[in-house]
Design a protein around this ligand. Structure first.
Ligand SMILES: Nc1ncnc2c1ncn2[C@@H]1O[C@H](COP(=O)(O)OP(=O)(O)OP(=O)(O)O)[C@@H](O)[C@H]1O
Ligand SMILES: N[C@@H](CCO)C(=O)O
Length: 300
């Protein structure tokens, strides 16, 4: 039994929806798994040099934790084919967690319920906005309070996501450490208004509202100093025709929503990084609607 688990990247927050909104993208990490006499990890692509190849590897930790939950221990050999840049706010760690859980389900022949999947996943990443879209695909609104409530919403077909990827590694831990413990009531109200507007604007395809709807006072004003010329990059994205520009997840990637001028928007934002001597590239992505999947049996 040799199989491939494919898990999509995700862009979360979308401005004001901190720890609540997540969107799966058509960029994938693949995990090629087969039973073995002992655990081993091989890595190709992103993080091949940096990520651990022993039992501390996040994919293996999630796999083993799921197997432990099921009362099993079945060693595997896994090859990580990583296409999602690490430490950029594209949910790479969420793909490893979800991939490990799916691999355990396949090897054990047992299916976990969504609450069980979330219970295991939250041991490693206690916010839902990357884990959930990685697992379910699509545009997801998640609410946690002990239990998880979530809903998958329609995403307008014509809206693509342009992701600018700078050569700036930013761990989620570091990017969360700059956030305040408490917020002013006016800032909380500001974000509640914008998230509501954002969901309405997407539902009605009133894209002219998106620029206001992605404004945020909960995380971007605190994280902006971690990304040189953050506000200028947003401004260049808007000038080139984006409807919305925001920090993707915990950063450092910047996301832009548009239905045309995709290359112009990507280039305009990368030019700002260029002028700072920071290498960058852009990806034009659609929304993945399927989520994590076991794509194929690779042999017998
Ligand atoms: N594809 C992967 N395979 C194995 N481990 C990973 C993978 N991606 C991330 N990790 C592990 O998860 C840890 C935390 O990653 P972190 O959340 O900071 O970054 P990220 O997942 O790349 O970005 P983000 O969650 O902001 O989108 C990393 O130090 C790394 O050990
Ligand atoms: N909502 C999270 C995403 C990172 O997993 C954050 O912004 O910190």
């Amino acid at each position: 039994m040799k199989f491939k688990v494919s898990v999509p990247a995700s862009t979360s927050n979308l401005g004001p929806g901190f720890d609540a909104l997540g969107l799966a993208l058509t960029l994938y990490n693949d995990f090629i798994v087969e039973p073995s006499d002992f655990y081993s990890v091989e890595i190709e692509g992103e993080g091949a040099e940096e990520l651990p190849k022993d039992e501390t590897n996040l994919f293996l930790r999630a796999y083993r934790s799921t197997m432990e939950y099921l009362g099993l221990n079945r060693p595997i050999k896994v090859k990580l084919v990583n296409r999602i840049p690490l430490g950029r706010g594209l949910g790479s760690s969420a793909t490893a967690i979800v991939g490990g859980i799916l691999a355990a389900e396949k090897i054990s022949g047992k299916e976990l319920s969504l609450p069980e999947v979330i219970d295991v996943a939250f041991k490693f990443e206690p916010h839902p906005d990357n884990v959930l879209p990685a697992y379910t695909g699509g545009f997801v609104v998640a609410a946690t309070n002990g239990d998880l409530s979530y809903i998958k919403l329609d995403w307008p077909e014509e809206l693509k996501v342009i992701i600018v990827v700078p050569e700036l590694f930013l761990s989620t831990e570091e990017s969360r450490s700059v956030l305040p413990e408490k917020y002013d009531r006016k800032d909380v109200i500001f974000n509640i208004q914008r998230v509501s507007l954002l969901l309405g604007a997407l539902q009605k395809k009133d894209f002219g509202l998106l620029k206001e709807a992605v404004k945020d006072r909960v995380h971007q004003p605190y994280r902006c100093d971690l990304i040189p010329s953050f506000w200028e990059i947003l401004s260049e994205g808007y000038k080139a025709g984006a409807y919305a520009v925001y920090l993707s997840g915990a950063g450092s990637c910047i996301g832009a929503l548009a239905d045309k001028n995709f290359d112009e928007i990507g280039k305009a934002m990368c030019n700002v990084f260029d002028s700072l001597g920071i290498e960058s590239r852009y990806l034009i992505l659609d929304v993945d609607r399927e989520g994590a999947r076991i794509e194929e049996e690779l042999d017998g």
